[in-house]
Ligand binder design. Structure first.
Ligand SMILES: [Zn+2]
Length: 79
């Protein structure tokens, strides 16, 4: 367990020296701010994130990533 910023999070520090070098280069607080869940090991940035953000499908009640020039996801574009 490691304290990062104002919150405590579980980050497993690797035993392998080459992995430890990479681990030390990661800005963990920024990664957590951007949407990384260490417990689930999932990176899910918000749509409005300035770096990792994406355009959501314009169809009502659809939260998929827009893939077409019309702002629709693949599924809604097929309807
Ligand atoms: Zn859609």
């Amino acid at each position: 367990m490691r304290a990062l910023g104002a919150e405590r999070v579980d980050v497993v520090e690797p035993d392998d020296p080459s992995e430890a070098k990479l681990h030390a280069l990661i800005d963990w607080p920024e990664l957590f701010r951007a949407g990384y869940d260490a417990e689930a090991q999932v990176f899910a940035p918000r749509a409005d994130d300035p770096l990792f953000g994406y355009t959501e499908c314009k169809t009502a009640a659809c939260d998929q990533v827009a893939r077409t020039i019309l702002g629709l996801c693949w599924r809604c574009d097929q309807l």
